[in-house]
Design a protein around this ligand. Sequence first.
Ligand SMILES: [Zn+2]
Length: 269
Amino acid sequence: MTEGSMLQSFIARNRRLFVLTGAGCSTSSGIPDYRDGDGKWKRMAPVTYQAFMGDRATRQRYWARSLLGWRRFSRALPNDTHRALARLEGMGRIELLLTQNVDRLHQAAGSTRVIDIHGRLDRVRCMDCGRELPRDELQDELVRLNPDWLALDAADAPDGDADLESADFSSFAVPSCRRCDGVLKPDVVFFGENVPRQRIEAAAKQLERADAMLIVGSSLMVYSGFRFVQMAAAAGKPLAAVNLGRTRADGLLTLKVEQASEAALAFLL
Ligand SMILES: [Zn+2]
């Protein structure tokens, strides 16, 4: 039996799936991932919550790179992996799709039973008064305050970031909250920041109702995703993963399919 047909029978056998997805789902939509096949950083580690909140220069650098990266990130479209999983939901087979991605491409493909465990990049939040605004609105503001920066070109990096290293960020103007002048932060969970507890609890409740877990395009190096694999394994639920390269859960898997997710899930389309 090939890996592909084993995956088909895994999905046929387990009626209610808890699906966990990661960056590998979105790479062919033009959104780069952070890690190589061994789960190691491909580039500089991303900004931490502590640095972002504590240091104005870090925020200048973050938003300058984001000003450039957002243009392409915001135009990314779902691919066949997103469509295959939306189809699986349409067949009534998905208890929950828990994604580590912040790009909202599962929702764009039509999935509705989704929890964005790491938040969403299309929204910005004031860390003082809690006001929320669309990232597009902040983009207009960033461009208005820093018109010259748009002319700079840089390669796209993960999560709407751009590789822009040599610039002098000290002149970059960072908008603050219009209501309270507080610090604005993308509504995503930064490295070094905790996932909101209610979000974890909601997902854990749905994991209990699922028959099995399917991991798509994640090396599971981040604990916020890996913890659900541990929960599923502890509850004796079968675990399958579709991922190119090593995952942190390799020793726990019932089935591992080392293929690009679009190819592995093509049978659903
Ligand atoms: Zn505010």
